[in-house]
Ligand binder design. Structure first.
Ligand SMILES: Nc1nc2c(ncn2[C@@H]2O[C@H](COP(=O)(O)OP(=O)(O)OP(=O)(O)O)[C@@H](O)[C@H]2O)c(=O)[nH]1
Ligand SMILES: [Mg+2]
Length: 571
């Protein structure tokens, strides 16, 4: 374990913050950066070397497969129409459209019921083909679009809570396997929908209880289900709508559009648009006329092999799992939504609400830390959350986070309209012991401290000192922590330590031990500060988590929690 430091003692190497890096002339900065100063450093930064990129093999089809969880509950709570609610289907299609508009490298999306398969072009180089980055960006955007668009599509009932979306990456080596994959998915759609139609037919048209309907349908094959629907529910399954029987294929197509050029002349320009169809993917015509692939393909009956193409990453047992999410292009997002500089309390509290919901939903997350547009979630080393499948863990967390962010947007930002749906990426990093884990957390808090001190000085110089941005940058160039403190106190009579702790230290949340006394004496906020009444298990505060003291006072957080084994446990 590294010797204890406190936030005050972090070695302050002169830094250029992320905000300023983006703002400034890159060429000049690169020069300053490489010639004189190292990056925003702290001694904890070595923990970054534990991160893995998860790059996917080249020239493979990449499929981001997502599934909305707890759909039955969603139907029940919002009194949606079973077996298929048309408004919900339209909402999901609209959310798919948002994703496809944003990610032009997605060739098509096949969706049915609560499942989505986004297919990226074989040769895409987006995010350097990093699987987790592709998965979580698509997943979080789908979730935020779902929440954002809900009121426009489902007027009968307000959304009660944002969704959790489970995801995985599939990597397919050739065109035949893509066709096989799609065929398999459409088979699943067909069987699921036939069963659902029969089940709800028995319940709604024959007045059966769900248990009775399940019993009646036990072991029924396709023929029996069709027969039963016809004779007992007066339903001809063939006449059901294609959108439910076959699912939806959203395809990107190049179209020629006539546009007026700047000089007034009329020209043809090629543009891509998204069209939706409900075609039969088993037919050759789809693959010869609609989606033309490089290699010839044929209908294949043996599709079981496809399950081996899922990129499964089972995380090593007994290691700490840290999921860090980060807002996508929040520099632009913050500008577009008039975030206050350097810190916007509304945005930070919104992030905190989202993190709180994530911790409430996934109790194996014992600790979280957030600053700026990022949040880190520490999942207990012995957790079996999502069977320790990396893809499922990051997608579940990031989808809920993004959904809650949008869900509470208006209550936090009031008069600022959400102009577009935000996305977040997420990665999972494994740390083998408490020492590394603490260094990881310290690294993030040191980063917050370094950036915040720089940004506070920078914006004080600009806003109160009437400095130009360039001038402020020059003043701060090469300064140390004590120099920034002096600038603030000497020029503006401002003591940096009087800045709100939420900005200086970021936000810490942790699971409270049942017997823990009220933390008020230690300056903790009451746990329902960020949450609805009734949730009593999570403490929220702005602590120095670099110091030993924080961990010494809460030994259960990093302690061994396994029940003691005795000889009696061995039969
Ligand atoms: N004004 C303001 N901006 C903020 C606030 N919180 C976050 N941001 C912005 O969000 C950015 C987050 O940094 P990064 O995550 O490195 O940048 P990004 O634009 O999100 O880029 P990627 O994460 O690489 O997609 C900051 O640089 C700020 O521009 C805030 O409270 N106020
Ligand atoms: Mg970001």
């Amino acid at each position: 374990m590294s010797p204890p430091l406190s936030l005050q003692q972090i070695p302050m190497i002169p830094v250029l913050s992320r905000t300023v890096l983006q703002r400034s002339c890159l060429a000049t900065l690169r020069k300053i950066h490489t010639n004189v100063y190292p990056m925003a450093h702290s001694k904890f930064e070595y923990v970054k070397s534990f991160e893995e990129e998860g790059q996917l093999d080249p020239q493979h089809w990449i499929i981001i497969r997502l599934r909305l969880k707890n759909v039955e509950e969603l139907y029940d709570l919002h009194e949606l129409e079973q077996p298929n609610d048309c408004s919900l289907t339209s909402l999901l299609q609209a959310a798919v459209d948002v994703v496809m508009q944003d990610f032009k490298e997605i060739v098509l999306c096949y969706s049915f019921s609560q499942e989505f398969n986004f297919v990226f072009a074989k040769n895409t180089t987006l995010y350097r083909r990093r699987g987790p980055k592709l998965l979580t960006n698509v997943c979080s955007l789908l979730s935020s679009a779902f929440v954002h668009k809900w009121p426009y599509y489902i007027q009968s009932s307000a959304l009660i809570f944002p969704p959790v979306i489970d995801g995985a990456v599939h990597l397919l080596p050739d065109d035949q396997s893509l066709r096989d994959y799609m065929t398999k998915q459409q088979n699943v759609c067909h069987h699921q929908n036939l069963y659902k139609t029969a089940f709800w037919g028995l319940v709604t048209k024959r007045g059966m209880l769900p248990g009775e309907a399940t019993e009646t349908l036990k072991g029924a094959n396709e023929g029996t289900l069709n027969e039963l629907l016809f004779t007992r529910c007066n339903t001809n399954y063939n006449k059901e709508e294609d959108v439910f029987k076959k699912g939806s294929i959203a395809l990107r197509k190049k179209v020629q559009k006539t546009v007026t050029a700047q000089n007034g002349s009329i020209i043809q320009r090629s543009q891509s648009t998204v069209t939706v169809m409900h075609a039969d993917l088993t037919k050759d015509s789809f693959w010869s006329d609609v989606l033309v692939l490089d290699q010839p393909t044929e209908l294949n009956a043996k599709l079981n092999y496809l399950k081996h193409f899922e990129k499964k990453e089972t995380l090593l047992p007994h290691t700490w799992m840290v999921v860090r999410i980060d807002g996508k292009a929040f520099h632009n997002f913050s500008e577009k939504h008039y975030f206050k500089k350097p810190n916007d309390l509304r945005s930070i509290e919104l992030m905190n609400k989202a993190a709180f919901s994530v911790m409430k939903e996934f109790p194996d997350i014992i600790f979280s830390y957030g600053q700026s547009d990022e949040y880190s979630f520490v999942i207990h080393r012995y957790s079996k959350m999502c069977d320790r499948q990396g893809g499922r863990i990051i997608s579940s967390i990031v989808s809920l986070f993004a959904g809650v962010y949008v869900y509470h947007w208006q209550s936090m930002f009031e008069d600022v309209k959400l102009h577009y749906c935000p996305a977040f990426d997420a990665r999972v990093v494994l740390y083998p012991n408490n020492s590394c884990l603490r260094d990881y957390i310290s690294w993030r808090q040191a980063d917050c401290h370094i950036n915040n001190m720089y940004n506070t000085c920078f914006w004080t110089l600009v806003q109160q000192g009437q400095c130009s941005r360039q001038n402020a940058e020059e003043i701060l160039c090469g300064t140390f922590s004590k120099d920034k403190r002096s600038i603030l106190i000497n020029r503006f009579n401002q003591n940096y330590d009087d800045e709100d702790a939420i900005f200086r230290k970021g936000t810490v949340m942790y699971q409270k031990m049942v017997s823990e006394e009220s933390g008020r004496s230690r300056g903790e906020l009451p746990e329902n500060n960020q949450a609805e009444e009734g949730c009593r298990g999570i403490v929220v505060g702005h602590f120095d988590v670099i110091k030993d003291e924080f961990w010494r006072e809460r030994p259960w957080l990093l302690g061994e929690e396994r029940n003691a084994t005795t000889l009696d446990d061995f039969d």
